[in-house]
Design a protein around this ligand. Structure first.
Ligand code: TMP
Length: 210
């Protein structure tokens, strides 16, 4: 079923600057009069936040398949309870991570079967895909420098090689899927915001060219 709203996802390795950029975009779109909601994955509903705690708790020992299923479970609940209703109301939904995180982290990062993960994503979302995906791309060493001194969650404790596989996975997906826009996340914050606002505003006006 066609919904009236628009789903824009933000992706990238840890420390890419997604949250800061989403906040800036949300502010800008609101100022332009759009109805905007921001959600994070995993999270956004009571059940999904509980699953988030399990997933990110450094003391959890979770096998890769169980991990993929838990991310999918959190997503299924969020899509049904929150994302679909918002889209049906015509909102712009900004998602801090969505289906592509599962392909990048559990697929390219952990090495699970990518086709199987696409099917799992489909099951969790009922086939809902983002209209537009902003990939903030940064090198892995910048990611670890940005996170220095911060407490690491279970996923962030994975080493540089893991993060690098995830980054390469994202870039491969971006090369294949037209809904992706890749932005150099090493640029100054304000330059990135300006690029994102330009992309999104043009997209909302129906000009889907780059
Ligand atoms: P966050 O730190 O951006 O909130 O994301 C939580 C962590 O979960 C991050 O390290 C990426 C990871 N993740 C996956 O591995 N698979 C997924 O499907 C999602 C949504 C997140």
């Amino acid at each position: 079923m066609m919904s009236r709203g628009m789903l824009i996802s933000f992706e990238g390795i840890d420390g890419a600057g997604k949250s800061t950029q989403i906040k800036a975009l949300e502010r800008e779109l609101r100022a332009k009069g759009y109805k905007v909601s921001t959600l994070r994955e995993p999270g956004g509903t009571k059940i999904s936040e509980q699953i988030r705690e399990l997933l990110l708790d450094s003391s959890s020992r979770i096998n890769p398949v169980a991990e993929a299923l838990l991310y999918a479970a959190a997503r299924a609940q969020l899509v049904q309870d929150v994302v679909r209703p918002l889209l049906d109301e015509g909102a712009i939904v900004l998602a801090d991570r969505f289906i592509d995180s599962t392909i990048a982290y559990q697929g390219y990062g952990r090495g699970l079967d990518i086709e199987g993960l696409h099917r799992l994503n489909f099951l969790a979302t009922g086939g809902l895909e983002p209209d537009l995906t902003i990939l903030l791309d940064i090198p892995v060493d910048l990611s670890s420098r940005r996170r220095q001194g911060m407490l690491s969650d279970r996923m962030e404790k994975e080493g540089m090689a893991f993060q690098d596989r995830v980054r390469r996975g994202y870039l491969e997906m971006a090369g294949k899927l037209p809904r992706f826009r890749v932005i150099n996340g090493s640029l100054p914050e304000e330059s990135i915001s300006a690029i994102i606002i330009d992309i999104v505003v043009r997209f909302l006006k129906g000009d889907k060219r780059d």
